[in-house]
Design a protein around this ligand. Structure first.
Ligand code: DOR
Ligand code: ZN
Length: 345
């Protein structure tokens, strides 16, 4: 039996680091596991231009504990009024790594998102010519569309069109949750990839709805039925360079989750690698873990792989029921469970 696994230090290609006290108390969980992370811009107010991204990056760096090496990779929140020149300048200055498309009101702090996809074509054209990666929250928001169908519907209503109008634009279909998304990404060209979260590899929608409502299993896009989870697992461990790690770790206080209108988001940063590795082991694919966690992402983003190595050992870890952040309790993914692997630094 394999007892230790050493791989290049991974990166997280999708994380919510928040701001203020929550940023201060959560950033170290991500910095401990990952060398770099694509940082989501859905703050209040959102990070919509180069200037606000520089300021946010400074706040992140100020919150990283001394002695920890961590590089935040910033994203620009696209709106109906995004200034393509500013975005291109931000990319040229090394501020922006990617831009993020939230359909308006698809999820937490997305009220300023894009209301009319067609209006963004000039911005997509500029991103294509300037090599700026487009990260997409792929869900439609029309009220009549069932929440479990919103990702598949996004592919048909929007994504196919964007991909065919901009065949050179690099697109990350983020936190995919369906076999429809897996099939779409597999069939697309090399310019289309996807991230997969640990929760969507571990849970299906029963985790949210069976035995009482389980707010800590609620995130967006919501977990789907079992067949979709199995398709995601297959894609993640397949070795295909189109699929890579993106936790979508999204901390909310316990009160905000356990509420009559609970927030979407799962806080998986503290044990993200342990969680992913459990899946690769269950699937008999330990040899595919480094590609998914540490190689495919940098290759897609055109960035160097990390030189440093990390080791996980079969010591096991008991995930606490609760952690503390922003003066409140916060419940991590896998709370109260034992995971077989431990990241040893
Ligand atoms: O569950 C989610 N939480 N999905 C998102 O897209 C946003 C995130 C958040 O910011 O809380
Ligand atoms: Zn997210």
């Amino acid at each position: 039996m394999v007892e230790t696994i050493t791989i290049r230090r991974p990166d997280d290609w999708h994380v919510h680091l928040r701001d203020g006290d929550m940023l201060r108390d959560c950033v170290a969980y991500t910095a401990r596991q990952f060398a770099r992370a694509i940082v989501m811009p859905n703050l209040t107010p959102p990070v919509i231009d180069t200037q606000s991204a520089i300021a946010y990056r400074d706040r992140i760096m100020a919150a990283v504990p001394a002695g920890m090496a961590f590089t935040p990779l910033m994203t620009c929140y696209l709106t109906d009024n995004t200034d393509a020149d500013d975005l291109a300048r931000g990319k040229a200055q090394g501020v922006f790594t990617a831009a993020k498309l939230y359909p308006a009101n698809a999820t937490t702090n997305s009220a300023h998102g894009v209301t009319d996809m067609a209006r963004l074509d000039p911005v997509f054209a500029r991103m294509q010519s300037d090599g700026i990666i487009l990260c997409i929250h792929g869900e439609v928001t029309e009220g009549e569309i069932d929440i479990f169908d919103r990702e598949a519907e996004f592919i048909e209503r929007h994504l196919r069109g964007i991909v065919s109008r901009f065949p050179e634009l690099k697109i990350v279909f983020e936190h995919i949750t369906t076999s429809d998304a897996v099939e779409f990404v597999e069939a697309a060209g090399d310019n289309v990839a996807a991230t997969i979260t640990p929760q969507h590899l571990h849970i299906n929608r029963n985790a949210m709805l069976v035995g009482g409502m389980q707010p800590h299993a609620y995130c967006l896009p919501v977990a789907k039925r079992e067949a979709h989870r199995l398709a995601l697992r297959k894609a993640a461990v397949s070795g295909s360079t189109k699929f890579f790690l993106g936790t979508d770790s999204a901390p909310h206080t316990r009160e905000a989750k356990e509420s009559a209108c609970g927030c979407a988001g799962i806080f998986n940063a503290p044990y993200a690698l342990e969680s992913y590795l459990a899946v690769f082991e269950e699937e008999g694919a330990l040899d595919k873990f480094e590609g998914f966690a540490s190689l495919h992402g940098p290759a897609f983003y055109g960035l160097p792989v990390n030189q440093e190595r990390i080791t996980l050992t079969r010591n096991g870890v008991d995930v606490p029921q609760m952690l503390q952040a922003a003066g409140s309790d916060i419940v991590p993914f896998h709370a109260g469970q034992r995971l077989d692997w431990t990241l040893t630094l």
